[in-house]
Write a protein that binds this ligand. Structure first.
Ligand code: TRP
Length: 326
């Protein structure tokens, strides 16, 4: 099986945008790829973070992903900082990376603007560590969202550069883009995101989902119940595509265009459907949270498998670099 590698930021606060855009695709890949997932805690150090929460957030990230269907019996889930070769390979890749290229990366420019008080070397070097993550396992495919394409392109470039400087050692990883490019937030303006507070969390109860949707943006033309609307201009309609049956979608479209139904009727059906999708995930999550040992065991096993692969690849890398290997 081809190997897939992906990195997950250490947070358990995920929303339906994360689920539709990323996690669901990872779950779908489990039978067809040798999947490796890393909780990238070293990457998380590049922004200000809460020391008291980091360890728990790492566990939560694994717990939530397991609850969504990332079965540790079918893949490898490990913690990046537990495999020291990530930092080691990062240094080696640093030595073939021109500074100018990193300075031009979109994420670096954005993050530097957002946090002008904390433009650290780690933030600058972030893409190299990410390339090291992938290449350390000779990852062939990397399932990611569109915002990461530039980083995967960079990893390909790094692989090519190493191969031509030192000899064939790394495959060029291929980005595997999720079909759902962008899930809009409840404000109808921005991409769904926790920091903008326009999201439905995977842990939201049916009541919370209903009340969040009740105030969510719709087609602005429908000010009154009797106004007709255009579904394609409505954010709720776009969410229906992910959660509702074709009959429900047709019912909503027609009702909207003829003012046969109100926005609240339409939202209610959507809220019920979202709650139904989240309910089994929340049940599994509650069970996993009640026994975090399953999570810890999954990580310990994942760490061990990751370390084995990483050690073998690093031996090969040191050799092609011409380092004295004894
Ligand atoms: N940068 C990725 C993100 O923010 C996370 C990540 C780190 C990653 N290392 C990776 C993704 C390796 C894919 C492969 O989402």
């Amino acid at each position: 099986m081809e190997r897939s590698f992906s990195g997950i930021q250490p947070t358990g606060d995920l929303h339906i945008g994360n689920y539709l855009g990323a996690i669901r695709n990872w779950v779908d890949m489990l039978d067809d790829y040798d999947c490796i997932f890393s909780i990238v805690d070293l990457h998380a150090l590049t922004l200000k973070y809460d020391r008291a929460q980091m360890a728990q957030r790492t566990l939560d990230a694994v717990a939530v992903n397991m609850a969504c269907g990332l079965d540790p019996a079918k893949c490898t889930i490990f913690v990046q900082s537990h495999v020291k070769e990530h930092a080691e390979l990062c240094w080696i890749l640093d030595s073939v990376t021109p500074m100018g290229e990193l300075g031009r990366m979109t994420q670096f420019k954005e993050k530097s603007k957002q946090h002008p008080e904390n433009v650290n070397v780690g933030l600058f070097n972030y893409p190299v560590l990410q390339a090291a993550d992938i290449l350390l396992y000779k990852g062939a495919v990397v399932p990611v969202g569109g915002d990461q394409v530039q980083h995967i392109e960079f990893a390909r470039e790094v692989a090519r550069r190493c191969n031509s400087a030192y000899g064939q050692v790394f495959p060029e990883p291929q980005a595997l883009l999720s079909k759902v490019a962008r899930v809009m937030g409840l404000d109808g303006v921005n991409k769904m995101s926790k920091s903008l507070d326009n999201h439905i969390a995977l842990t939201d109860s049916p009541e919370v989902i209903h009340s969040k949707l009740a105030t969510a943006m719709t087609d602005p033309a429908r000010k009154r119940r009797t106004d007709t609307g255009e579904p394609t201009k409505c954010n709720i309609h776009s969410l229906h595509q992910f959660f509702s049956t074709p009959e429900q979608i047709r019912w909503a479209e027609e009702g909207c265009r003829t003012a046969g139904i109100g926005c609240l009727d339409c939202k209610k059906v959507l809220a019920d459907n979202i709650a139904a999708v989240l309910s089994p995930i929340q049940e599994r999550y509650a069970k996993i949270r009640a026994d975090m040992n399953t999570v810890k065991r999954a990580i310990a096993e994942g760490d061990e498998r990751a370390r084995k692969i990483a050690a073998a690849v690093m031996t090969e890398v040191r050799d092609v670099l011409g380092l004295y290997v004894g």
